[in-house]
Design a binder for this molecule. Structure first.
Ligand code: NG1
Ligand code: ZN
Length: 534
């Protein structure tokens, strides 16, 4: 058979004996075994677009915080959301088809089963991070897309959230929900202008040092800065670790994952006590803040802290605007959120907290059910989403006095400043700066809102992680039998104890999390639970 699809697939044969899975972060593994997957993903993207009558679908080539030799790919739905679960399953099946004929047959089977008109237009947007393997893998996707007759827009290098933004803009262009201009300039103009409006002339105290993980976030931040108000009037940003000329330095001893995992600043950091810093990850969809306190002790302000800060600020603005009776804010967390953060939101901010399984798509879905849903993973992935009703109300509301008018204008600017298609490190970073400027807070005041419970996260290597099955948003094990009882017994021995174990969705390991009243108790609890899991 000589269909172009068969030819494209045969050009990129699948390595023998490997099994691929579309996981929490799409396909992600060593870059040198991904060619065949990328070509097949191109076919799935074309089909997905055709199933939606030619809506734009995104393909992002990135392995986020993974080491430089890895790469990966994920698909983006028309409004910038993560791929629908049913299509994740189809993608996995497609990626594991070995030869051209099998792929071609599966392509046609999907079309038949889902009643997809193969003559309908297929439109796909592609972009990649700065990894050395990106250009080759882009070629593999292009081969798949071309063979399926898709129209392709290649944006070159983008951060993951910029790609999500482009997809949403392209699909809403000319409608009442138009999200923005689908160009890089459009992105910078939108977020730059919103930052200026949201600041309301307030100036964040001191500068902000941004560690870009030597990834794509570096050059993009340098560009964004050109669209922000001049540093003398607003924020002074110092860009560090933005070396994309040396792709082997990506995520090495820097970046959000390094900082969060090691609980320390990048060794190259030269900032002084009290200086505000943040770190992006390799594709700039995660951000964590940190600083050295007056005793030179490293202090982390992670995703939990961003969520509490932003939820408290938006809550204040909604109240000041006179909208508190009709608009309710909620916070969505995972089991990895520090117990002190959960308690602070529930008892101090008096807001509702939902807990979902790990992975942004679960948090996003839960947040979509709220008027204003603030969701962050502790590791810094997250954003805020506003329901259509809430957006309408905020747009239409007539303020009754100047105070309400002021709060309303801040709220409207925040809506523009927040990348609602997906968590965006650059947009989240600017949002945090706006909140700190309005509260006239430095990092120490932010840290003082509550005290984290000491905690420990361990990675345990096991023979078969698939036997670890959970319930209750991954907080309890249902299998192996009896293990949860043993964990409960250990937890009950320490003060303010909490611990859970779950199979990682991105690594071949089980993660054990424990927290307790003291560091010693938390570490001891984590060790004991890890022993039980082994
Ligand atoms: P896994 O490997 O399933 O724990 C990790 C992170 C998630 C999320 C995903 C996707 C932790 C404990 N887990 O998932 O929060 O970011 O990667 O990248 O940080
Ligand atoms: Zn990332």
């Amino acid at each position: 058979m000589s269909d172009p699809i068969v030819e494209a697939v045969q050009k990129h044969p699948a390595p023998e004996g490997l099994q691929y899975t579309y996981g929490t972060a799409g396909f992600r593994t060593k870059a040198d075994v991904l060619d065949s997957v990328l070509t097949r993903v191109g076919l799935v993207a074309a089909l997905r677009s055709r199933s939606l009558k030619g809506k734009w679908i995104g393909v992002m080539i990135t392995a986020s915080h993974n080491p430089p030799e890895d790469n990966g790919v994920k698909l983006v739905e028309p409004l910038g959301n993560m791929l629908q679960e049913e299509w994740e399953v189809l993608s996995t099946e497609m990626a594991n088809k070995a030869n051209g004929e099998d792929v071609f047959k599966f392509y046609q089977d999907i079309a038949a089963k889902h009643k997809i008109d193969l003559k309908a237009p297929a439109r796909v947007v592609v972009a990649r991070d700065t990894r050395a393997s990106g250009a080759r893998l882009l070629g593999c996707v292009q081969d798949g897309l071309k063979s399926a007759g898709a129209e392709v827009k290649d944006y070159g290098f983008l951060t993951t959230p910029q790609l999500h933004y482009m997809v949403r803009c392209l699909n809403t262009e000319g409608t009442k929900d138009a999200y923005g201009t689908p160009t890089e300039k459009g992105y910078y103009e939108k977020f730059g202008a919103a930052f200026k409006t949201a600041l309301k002339g307030k100036k964040p105290s001191g500068g902000l040092t941004v560690d870009c993980a030597n990834g794509v976030g570096g050059p993009k931040l340098v560009e964004l800065i050109k669209y922000l108000p001049p540093k003398d009037d607003a924020l002074e940003i110092h860009v560090v670790n933005d070396n994309v000329i040396k792709p082997e330095s990506l995520n090495v001893d820097c970046g959000a994952d390094f900082v969060k995992t090691n609980q320390r600043a990048p060794p190259s950091s030269k900032t002084g006590a009290g200086d505000r810093c943040c770190s992006l990850d390799g594709d700039a969809d995660r951000v964590v803040f940190y600083f050295k306190d007056s005793s030179n002790v490293f202090r982390l302000l992670d995703g939990d802290r961003i969520a509490t800060l932003v939820a408290s600020f938006l809550g204040d603005q909604v109240r000041l605007a006179g909208l508190a009776d009709t608009i309710k804010i909620g916070v969505v967390q995972t089991a990895y959120a520090n117990g002190a953060a959960t308690q602070y939101v529930e008892q101090h901010l008096k807001l509702k907290v939902d807990c979902t399984p790990t992975g942004v798509k679960h948090l996003h879905h839960a947040a979509e059910k709220l008027d204003i849903g603030v969701y962050f993973e502790a590791n810094g992935h997250g954003t805020v989403i506003f329901s259509t009703d809430t957006l309408d109300q905020i747009a239409r509301y007539e303020p009754k006095n100047p105070g309400q008018a002021e709060a309303l204008s801040v709220l409207r600017a925040c809506i523009d400043l927040i990348n609602q298609s997906v968590g965006d490190a650059l947009s989240d970073m600017l949002l945090v700066e706006v909140v700190l400027a309005h509260k006239n807070w430095g990092p120490q005041e932010w840290l003082s809102t509550y005290t984290d419970l000491p905690n420990r996260l361990l990675k345990v290597l096991v023979n078969d992680r698939t036997i670890f099955k959970t319930t209750d948003a991954e907080r309890k094990l249902t299998s192996p039998e009896g293990l949860q009882k043993q964990i409960d017994a250990e937890v009950s021995k320490v003060r303010q104890g909490r611990s859970f174990a779950r199979a990682s969705g991105t690594e071949d390991a089980v993660r054990v999390y424990a927290e307790a009243a003291t560091k010693a108790e938390a570490e001891d609890l984590a060790r004991k639970v890890a022993e039980l899991v082994k």
